[in-house]
Structure formats: C-alpha cells, structure tokens
Design a protein around this ligand. Structure first.
Ligand SMILES: C[S@@+](CC[C@H](N)C(=O)[O-])C[C@H]1O[C@@H](n2cnc3c(N)ncnc32)[C@H](O)[C@@H]1O
Length: 255
C-alpha cells in the first residue's frame, strides 16, 4: 500500500491508463471542464495556465487564440503529451514543481486547476504561486472534490478499497477559501457543482472509471455496481448515461 505522500509516484505509474481513458472518451467530462469558465469570457490573447494539467486536456475547451501553458508534475503525463498530436503544439507543456511555476510575475490572466489538488496536503505554496503569476485583476479558477461530498466519499471509500494503491485525498472546503483570502485573493466565492460524466452505457462508464482511477481490484461489472451504489447513474432525454459527479468550484481574483 502506498502512503499518501507517494501520490506523485502513483501518477508516474498510472498516468498512461488515465490518459488512455481521456483519449477514448474525450467528451465524458465536458461539463466538468466547461464549468471552470462559468460566468466568465475567455478572450483571445489571454494568457492561461492549467496546473496540474495531466496530459493537456483543457485546450479543447478554450478559444484557439489564447496562449495556454500546461504545467505538469508527472514525467509520464509530459511524455504522453509530447508523443501525441500535441507535439509542437502552440500550447506547450512544461514539467515543473507546483511550488515553483515557470511563469513570470504578473503575467497570467487566468489560472486553472482541475481535479489535481486533493493529492496535495499543503496547497498554500501553490496558491501563493498562482497569486504571484496572476496579473492584477486576473482570476484563479480551482476545482476539486469538497471534503463532505459523495465524490470524496467514493474516492476514499469504494474506489480506494478496490485499488491496490489505496486512496486518500486532502479535499477542498470552506477552509480553502480562508487560505486564499489570507494570501491576498479577493472576490473568493465557491459552489459545489453537480453534473454528469456522460457515456453511451453504464458498461462504458465503468470501463472509463476503471482506467481513469486505476481500479485493479474489481472487474468492470463490479465497478458498475460500485458507481451505482455510491454515485448513481441517470439517463438523459437522448438516452445517454450520466454518471453523477460533483466538484467544488472556487473563483478568486488577484486585486
Ligand atoms: C486527476 S489528475 C488531473 C489532471 C487534469 N487536470 C484533469 O483534470 O484531467 C491529477 C493531477 O495531479 C498531479 N499530481 C498528483 N499528485 C501530485 C503531487 N503529490 N504533487 C504534484 N502533482 C501531483 C498529477 O500529475 C496529475 O496531473
């Protein structure tokens, strides 16, 4: 069993399965990504960072003419990004540490962070870096599971119990908002957003989750049952299958 401190090495070990799932079902998490930009317009020419970016999944949700810099900590995600069509992309990926981002001070209009912070116990060094690199008036949009959510309970409960590496997260909550305010952010607001990951069948949803989360101690049917019991499926008007998911979305501005 890995200790929580080993999450960086876990992602070096299982980024390939995560990346494959993201490539096979690129639209499944559309609502999760687009909610990052809710009530804001991302304008041409803006400088945007995505940290940690995984294999570079945010670009397809942004206008082509923004300058997007993917910042990632795992060498395997970086290699997978370079091997694909992204190679030579005008939206590059740089390997870095979260407490030492490669951007200049006051250089960034929008700093995004999606689904990567529950692996990090002390988020203050990263939040200070986001504050440093943002332009005055720039925004941070940060999303991960809330500590009291069904998402967090599923990840640390059923999912961790069916993953030989286990799972323990340090999730977001109201304390995260205080941390951001202490660093100097203003206009700090948050909402727990509920939406679906969308698939054509429950079997497909379970296959995706098995790959995305590295669930090696359950077969696809068992994963489907675990999702049914702990998260739930819903069928939309078009017959698509929605896996119920939620994240806590934080918006904060550098004055
Ligand atoms: C669930 S992925 C999210 C990737 C992408 N933002 C997305 O939404 O698909 C988690 C990310 O956190 C990074 N990560 C995991 N543990 C970390 C740690 N302890 N320190 C720094 N980065 C970590 C991984 O490399 C990966 O990019």
């Amino acid at each position: 069993m890995f200790s929580p401190e080993d999450y960086a090495s876990i992602f070096n070990a299982r980024a390939d399965a995560y990346h494959e799932a993201m490539g096979r079902w690129p639209d499944a998490r559309d609502a999760e990504f687009t909610t990052l930009f809710k009530d804001m317009s991302v304008k041409p020419g803006m400088h945007v960072i995505d940290v940690p970016s995984g294999g570079g999944y945010l670009a397809r949700y942004l206008p082509d003419d923004v300058s997007l810099h993917h910042l990632e900590t795992s060498e395997l995600f970086a290699r997978l990004f370079e091997e694909e069509a992204h190679a030579g992309s005008k939206h590059p990926l740089t390997l870095c540490e979260l407490e030492n981002l490669p951007e200049q001070d006051n250089s960034t209009d929008l700093a995004c962070s999606l689904a990567g912070l529950h692996h990090i116990e002390d988020k203050t060094p990263l939040f200070k870096e986001l504050f440093r690199v943002l332009k005055p008036g720039g925004w941070a949009r940060i999303a991960d599971a809330h500590s009291e959510s069904a998402t967090a309970a599923f990840l640390d409960g059923w999912m961790g119990n069916h993953n030989s590496m286990g799972h323990h997260g340090w999730y977001l909550n109201e304390g995260t908002l205080s941390t951001l305010q202490e660093i100097g952010f203003t206009d700090v607001t948050a909402i727990n957003e509920e939406y679906h990951w969308v698939f054509s069948s429950e079997h497909e949803a379970a296959t995706y989750c098995k790959r995305l989360f590295g669930i090696d101690l359950a077969n696809v049917n068992e994963v489907r049952e675990g999702i049914r019991e702990h998260l739930g499926f819903e069928t939309n008007a078009n017959g698509a299958i929605g896996l119920r998911w939620s994240l806590f979305y934080i918006s904060a501005r550098k004055p």
